[in-house]
Design a protein. Structure first.
Lengths: 113, 113
């Protein structure tokens, strides 16, 4: 069955550094990979989406890459700030009538001042 | 603008009692609607999705059911709650536009005692 995994449960980095989070999938490449931010006790918030045929997508301090050879997506936060501390979820989606997302278990990022 | 309302925010229910969680969406028509459950420290598990009124698909066998009586209303129910039904329940919606992710509600923290 198709799986999506975020290998690091937790990541601590120093303020100002670049945080890099990893998401790996098995078998077939999804049509889209999405990244969400989740704060404690809240619902996830959509950040970025990248298509299978795209290598890289940027939004302000965020960058997402999609490597179909490695079956991996990397999520970067540059010039990280303590306010970036949260759990980040990746999710895969295949083209289909219901557009169901399958989520990874998340990486808890802590940016230390 | 589109908004999603989910209530209640927290709920404590005894084992064997019924459950009804409601989710409504505003500002969009014919959305796909989803119910997810998130166990503590875990990823999101898709429970049900709906592509239209009265159309419900279940992803996992369980003690729960879902209904969509109106285009923008999605209800999660149970006749008799189990201890294992405890968790964080999230409603979400999406539309058929490639650059859009899911929009999640604020969630319901259910504790079955």
């Amino acid at each position: 069955s198709q799986k999506i995994e975020q290998n690091s449960e937790a990541l601590n980095i120093q303020e100002g550094k670049t945080a890099t989070l990893t998401c790996n999938y098995t078998n077939y490449s999804p049509a889209y990979l999405q990244w969400y931010r989740q704060d404690p006790g809240r619902g996830p918030v959509f950040l970025l989406l990248i298509r299978e045929n795209e290598k890289e997508k940027r939004k302000e301090r965020l960058k997402v890459t999609f490597d179909t050879t490695l079956k991996q997506s990397l999520f970067h936060i540059t010039a990280s700030q303590p306010a970036d501390s949260a759990t980040y979820l990746c999710a895969q989606l295949w083209s289909g009538s219901a557009r169901q997302l399958t989520f990874g278990s998340g990486t808890q990022l802590t940016v230390l001042p | 603008s589109q908004t999603i309302h989910q209530w209640p925010a927290t709920l404590v229910q005894p084992v064997g009692s019924p459950l009804s969680l409601e989710c409504t969406v505003e500002g969009t028509s014919n959305p796909n609607l989803y119910w997810y459950r998130q166990a503590a420290g875990r990823g999101l598990q898709l429970l049900f999705y709906s592509v239209g009124i009265g159309q419900i698909s279940s992803e996992v066998p369980q003690n729960l059911s879902a209904s969509r009586p109106q285009d923008r209303q999605f209800i999660l129910s149970s006749k008799k709650l189990l201890l294992s039904d405890s968790g964080f329940y999230l409603c979400a919606w999406s539309v058929y536009r490639d650059n859009y992710g899911y929009t999640f509600g604020s969630g319901t923290r259910l504790t079955v005692v």
